[in-house]
Design a protein around this ligand. Structure first.
Ligand SMILES: [Ca+2]
Length: 201
């Protein structure tokens, strides 16, 4: 009788421990998922910049502020927020220069986001498109828009592990990957074209 009671106690205890473990695993899973959506597992080769610049564009003077992976554009006088990148985007760097050689500067952002293709997942791509990938987004400055930015070129996932990106005097983009290999990209007729590969030293 006593041993039967003990057995029942043991079974109950095992059930409680089992439930606690299931609960803990669920909480851990939710925590990992939450951190994942916040970009906590973006690869460590990503280099995050904080930067502020002021530009006179047309009749406006605006402030660009990149901080905590968010790019904001503000009216320099009133400090009114003109544009802010969505929370789902993590901005590692940005540039304001004439990438397409039309004598007007573009806003170029280096963005980490979940999903390589956004709304335009190609039909041949199977499975979920929710990995964190690195993108280059290019915008014209458009005074007729409240947020001033008109998207002209949005890359899908780069496929290069770009650790650093910089511009040169020919308005080209240089990408340095996690192994030190450098690629040079130039706007030719539409979009960026690979011009040169400089191997790592
Ligand atoms: Ca331009």
């Amino acid at each position: 009788m006593e041993s039967e009671k003990n057995n029942i106690k043991k079974i109950k205890k095992t059930r409680v421990v089992g439930l606690i473990l299931v609960f803990a695993a669920a909480v851990l899973g939710l925590l990992i998922y939450y951190l994942w959506t916040k970009g906590a597992f973006i690869p460590s080769y990503a280099t995050w910049h904080n930067q502020e610049d002021t530009y006179a564009i047309g009749d406006e003077t605006v402030e660009f502020s990149l901080e905590k992976k968010t790019l904001k554009i503000l009216d320099n006088k009133t400090k009114e927020l003109i544009y802010e990148t969505p929370d789902e985007w993590k901005v590692s760097d940005y540039f304001y220069f004439d990438i397409d050689h039309d004598d007007e500067n573009e806003v170029v952002m280096v963005v980490w986001k979940q999903g390589s293709f956004g709304e335009h997942k190609p039909f041949w791509h199977e499975g979920k498109d929710n990995k964190w990938t690195q993108h280059i987004f290019i915008y014209d400055w458009d005074i007729t828009r409240d947020n001033r930015l008109k998207a002209i070129w949005m890359s899908s996932g780069l496929g290069i592990k770009a650790s650093e990106i910089f511009t040169d005097e020919k308005d080209r983009l240089h990408l340095i990957d996690d192994k030190g290999e450098e690629t040079v990209w130039q706007w030719i007729s539409w979009g960026l074209t690979l011009m040169e590969v400089i191997p790592a030293e």
